[in-house]
Design a protein around this ligand. Structure first.
Ligand code: CTP
Length: 459
């Protein structure tokens, strides 16, 4: 009996898939089809698969050629499958020509001609037209966003808005997009808005974008007052629009694995979470000079609060801020201590003090430790009372990691998946409330902050 094996995602099952499976089956007597998991596709950079694994398997089954269907979960699995199933032929479409020659040590490798003019990518684009993203802001984060957005299918970066013509043009030229200095022109040209401006301008821009019927992805901290977060989420809901706070850690696959393990009971009941993130900034940086919105906590607080809110929830019983200030009165190092009915937590961040960036989650049976940069979670360890036992976990984290939040934002807009659980509106509003309490504890002029509407000045 000749055994043939092939692999694929088989998203939005189409004629190309059908013909591939048919010809693969004809090469032998028994066909094994490997269907990729969502997690594996994510690691391969395929971020917008529409059909669930179950649907994709059903569709392969319905085509009627597979004698056996298996799941492909990781790179390097193919060799093991080929040995395990005593496979004679590995077949794959000609778009992969050469890529699997290394398997010829184990079996015959056949590249079947790809069916022309059809692909899952084409169908995805047809089903949901490309969404044009417009960026407000031309700073460092906006710079990082564009190459990441290029890797997400279904979106294109259309243009950038900055009321300063020169800044808009400089940025637009660099990234080959359109510059806009008039906000109305900008809104006319885009479908979605990404806001990467100084914190105190977020509220005004989010409100204006929602009023112009645009979905919004806003950099963290989305706003610095709880009432503003609630008002904006209510406006988005009323207009049936998506408003998303971009804390990239919340959307990266490794952080999800970590939360899953932390809440699985493997370390018992969680009693303590400690999160620390420090990043030394230059003295003349915006972060260390903006007297209203600068400082460590507004800059890094969203990251360090995230694991605490995800693990212990929104209902802390007390919160306390301790900070060390620089000459300009801004916090160079801040420690937040929280009490919960079942545990305690500390969030530490600094722009002017360096510390060991680490996330530690302690439970009644063991602890999880994630070294810096834990906010780009890719590896963590679980330790127990028995020091000889250490469980190690790793997960891919590609590039700057913004691609994961962009992909989730897009899936929510298209209605193909709901990632709200990764960072809920309630969690975002709680974060805004914590920022507000911090500002108050610092005696910053938070009363007027964000109330000024559109801020003409963006650097
Ligand atoms: N395939 C094919 N002809 C097509 C499309 C796909 O022969 N027009 C083959 C691929 O070469 C592969 C298998 O079908 O062997 C599964 O491919 P998959 O990546 O799932 O489908 P694509 O349509 O190529 O998906 P995407 O556009 O997301 O890359």
């Amino acid at each position: 009996m000749i055994k043939v094996i092939t692999y694929g995602t088989f998203d939005l099952f189409h004629e190309g898939h059908y013909r591939l499976l048919k010809r693969a089956k004809e090469l032998g007597d028994y066909l094994i089809v490997g269907v990729t998991t969502e997690a594996y596709d994510k690691t391969r950079g395929k971020l917008n698969v529409v059909d669930s694994l179950v649907t994709r398997i059903e569709n392969v089954k319905k085509a009627g050629f597979a004698d056996e269907i298996i799941i492909e979960e990781s790179q390097g699995q193919k060799i093991n499958d080929i040995r395990r199933f005593h496979v004679d032929i590995f077949a794959i479409g000609s778009d992969w020509t050469g890529a699997f020659d290394y398997l010829s040590d184990y079996c015959r490798v056949v590249y079947l001609e790809r069916t022309k003019n059809i692909s899952s990518t084409m169908l995805r684009e047809k089903n949901s037209p490309i969404q044009r993203i417009g960026i407000i802001g031309t700073g460092r984060i906006a710079e990082r966003f564009i190459p990441e957005a290029k890797l997400v299918s279904g979106v294109s970066t259309q243009g950038v808005y900055n009321p300063h013509r020169e800044s808009a043009v400089r940025f637009a030229d660099k990234w080959e997009i359109d510059p806009y200095e008039e906000i109305e022109d900008f809104y006319r040209a885009v479908d979605l808005v990404y806001i990467a401006t100084p914190h105190d301008t977020h509220y005004g821009y989010i409100k204006s974008a929602l009023e112009h019927e645009k979905h919004v992805l806003c950099e963290k901290p989305m706003v610095l007052r709880r009432a503003q977060a609630e008002e904006l989420f209510a406006l988005a809901r009323e207009k049936n629009l998506i408003l998303f706070e971009g804390i990239k850690t919340a959307y990266c696959p490794g952080f999800h694995k970590l939360l899953g393990i932390a809440c699985s009971g493997i370390i018992g009941s969680v009693r303590n979470v400690e999160a620390c993130f420090t990043k030394l900034e230059k003295e003349d940086s915006r972060e260390l000079n903006d007297r209203i919105c600068g400082g460590s906590f507004t800059e890094l607080g969203s990251y360090v609060m995230l694991p605490i809110l995800k693990i212990f929830g929104k209902d802390y019983t007390s919160i306390r801020f301790d900070a060390i200030h620089g000459e300009k009165g801004l916090d160079l190092f801040t420690k937040v201590s929280l009490n919960y009915p079942t545990g305690v937590a500390t969030a530490t961040c600094g722009l002017g003090v360096k510390s060991e960036g680490r996330l530690l989650i302690s439970g009644t049976k063991g602890y999880i430790v994630v070294e810096a940069p834990w906010w780009k979670t890719s590896y963590f360890e679980v330790h127990y009372e028995d020091a000889g036992r250490v469980d190690k976990y790793s997960e891919i984290f590609l590039g700057d990691g913004l691609r994961y939040e962009i992909s989730d934002f897009l899936s929510m807009i298209n209605g193909s998946s709901n990632s709200e659980f990764k960072l809920t509106r309630g969690e975002s509003a709680t974060l805004a409330g914590i920022m507000e309490q911090f500002m108050r504890s610092e005696n910053r002029d938070y009363e007027n902050m964000g109330a000024q509407g559109l801020q003409p000045e963006i650097s």
